[in-house]
Design a protein around this ligand. Structure first.
Ligand code: ADP
Ligand SMILES: O=P(O)(O)O[C@H]1O[C@H](CO)[C@@H](O[C@H]2O[C@H](CO)[C@@H](O)[C@H](O)[C@H]2O)[C@H](O)[C@H]1O
Length: 540
């Protein structure tokens, strides 16, 4: 918290009409406050300055708050926008964890607070969504209530409390409102897709759209501030579930003294029905786990079918591959790869053992990897591109008994908001989930290898085999469903080629994520890239 108290002779209602005060607020307070926030995504860059690019009033029944859109400019020549609602309280205890700075307004002393920490503010927002009344002011806020929202009053609210990049709050124990912290001057795909699925399709394995808050600056609804959904019952996310399952699967390996080399091998992307999975494999993994993978595949296919079936709304209609997409894709991937090469080179001295070997191999094979990206030829692609999840992995699904809910359609965090809305090959989501299987398998192996009586080679061999069986069941169910529902993702070789292509893209993406967030995990995508580059390449 800043040592000096902010001061302004004006009242709270006139606080931000004063440019000198705004400068004091941004330079002395917000620049320092924001970098400590969990939701601030600029931690690995250097802030040049911060300014208030927009502010607006949210007032209701005598309560008065501000919404700030903060623009952070970085020395590395890019900028980001964040949403910060502001409130004023006189008692420090009321501010709680939302306390930003002490402030004196005329003769009244008090505190500036992130208003999401105030029950009074959350009540105002909830009531405004229920009432769906637009608010006039600098910029217009559109509060919207979904058709299914039957609430008439505010009863309670609490923070979700999860580690997340936005701030989610649970209202009346029945709704969850995600307040987007990092915001963009375009509707958020999470809001767009969630609302579309609820209002225009029968897909019901993602939470129902219940409302939203959008800010109109230039044109209609161009900044999404919040998305309200029905809270869905769940026993945690798919990542936690899979780690639990894999722990048992690897324990079984040694408990039943399974001879890994004797297990029937299959080809990557071979389609196998659950009923045809060899008994030795079921005896090892258990049937329940494989059944759940089949269910996850079915839900993924239903999502793609629902979103790919649109015929009128151009935001969602399926598209053919074309030259523009070809250029866009290759530019994006080659640029991303260059960035990852740079990251690996800069971090090489910190690596050792297998990570170092894999990183060196990646650097040596950089031209092969580039060639894989350049080989994409849109003329050969006969399938269609659709709006996709974009950041699909086990952490994006919630386990609900024997079933799953799909969540968080915000897209790949590193991409621009417009890139996230580009129609992509559906294989991108499949590859996202397959990489997540690979991640979970290797995270488990690294966790247990010291306590297991098996060699690393045996564990890797078991892991790769398991991975192939997971994929084979997933693909069989997925492809069966989409074919029956006329979603065309390409002929068989094309499906496999694009899967390999997207797997490589995702593993390269992950390399950047891991080096930035948890470098000791960089070995997982490095192993992934090694596996992908060593499988025989599918030709189209
Ligand atoms: N509709 C919902 N019902 C129940 N829990 C939810 C719902 N939406 C989100 N969650 C919980 O919130 C967590 C974070 O949600 P997510 O949309 O992924 O936010 P973020 O993009 O900030 O990570 C999820 O992992 C899940 O535990
Ligand atoms: O936070 P998001 O869900 O938007 O996604 C980012 O963080 C993910 C990690 O939380 C990261 O996912 C990677 O790690 C997962 C295990 O923690 C694994 O299941 C995924 O396959 C792997 O990509 C994701 O890439 C990143 O965008």
């Amino acid at each position: 918290m800043p040592k000096n108290t902010l001061s302004n002779p004006k009242s709270w209602e006139e606080l931000l009409n004063d440019d000198a005060f705004k400068k004091q607020l941004t330079d002395d307070v917000l620049e320092h406050y924001i970098i400590d926030q969990r939701w601030y995504g600029g931690k690995s860059s250097t802030m040049k300055y911060l300014e208030i690019s927009e502010f607006f009033t949210i007032a209701h029944k005598g309560d008065h708050f501000y919404g700030l859109l903060l623009e952070v400019n970085f020395k590395e020549a890019f900028y980001q926008h964040y949403f910060l609602p502001l409130g004023f309280v006189e008692e420090k205890e009321v501010a709680g964890n939302g306390l930003i700075a002490p402030i004196k307004l005329g003769n009244t002393s008090g505190y500036l607070v992130d208003a999401l920490f105030l029950d009074s503010f959350r009540k105002v927002l909830f009531e405004k969504i229920i009432e769906s009344e637009p608010v006039e002011g600098l910029g217009t806020i559109a509060f919207h209530a979904g058709e299914g929202l039957m609430e008439t009053e505010y009863r309670s609210s609490r923070f979700l409390g999860a580690e997340q990049s936005n701030t989610s709050i649970i209202f009346n124990d029945d709704y969850i409102v995600k307040f987007f912290r990092r915001i963009y001057s375009s509707t958020n795909p999470d809001y767009q897709i969630c609302r579309y699925l609820t209002e225009q399709t029968s897909f019901d394995r993602s939470p129902t759209y219940m409302g939203s808050i959008n800010l109109n600056i230039v044109k209609k609804h161009d900044v999404t501030l919040a998305l309200m959904q029905k809270l869905v019952p769940n026993q945690g996310d798919g990542w936690e579930w899979m780690l639990g399952e894999l722990r048992t699967v690897f324990d079984t390996l040694s408990r039943k003294r399974i001879n890994i080399k004797s297990l029937p091998d299959i080809k990557l992307f071979e389609r196998i029905k659950l009923n045809d999975i060899p008994l030795e494999i079921i005896d090892w993994t258990g049937l329940e786990l494989l059944k759940k993978i089949r269910t996850l595949a079915l839900r993924t296919a239903q999502f793609h079918v629902a979103i790919g079936a649109e015929r009128n709304d151009l935001k969602f209609t399926a598209a053919k591959y074309n030259g523009d997409y070809n250029v866009w894709l290759k530019n994006r991937l080659l640029y991303m790869f260059q960035n990852r090469l740079n990251t690996v080179e800069n971090n090489l001295h910190k690596l050792k053992g297998e990570s170092l070997e894999l990183a060196q191999e990646l650097l040596e094979r950089k031209n092969d990897i580039r060639a894989r990206f350049i080989e994409f030829d849109w003329h050969r692609m006969k399938g269609e591109r659709i709006r996709v999840h974009g950041d699909y992995h086990l952490g994006q699904v919630l386990l609900d008994g024997h079933d799953f809910y799909l969540l968080d359609f915000e897209g790949e965090p590193e991409s621009t908001i417009r890139d996230r809305k580009v129609k992509q090959m559906p294989q991108k989501d499949l590859a996202g989930m397959f990489r997540s299987f690979h991640y979970a398998i290797y995270a488990t192996i690294f966790e247990i290898q010291d306590e297991m009586p098996l060699s690393k080679e045996d564990l890797y061999a078991a892991g790769e085999l398991l991975y192939k069986y997971f994929i084979s069941i997933f693909l069989d169910t997925y492809l069966h469903h989409i074919h029956n529902h006329n979603l065309n993702i390409g002929y068989q070789k094309e499906v496999n080629f694009l899967l390999q292509f997207c797997l490589l893209e995702k593993a390269i993406y992950e390399l950047g994520y891991e080096f930035n967030s948890r470098p000791s995990w960089a070995i997982i995508p490095l192993r992934g890239i090694h596996s992908i580059m060593n499988y025989e390449q599918e030709k189209v």
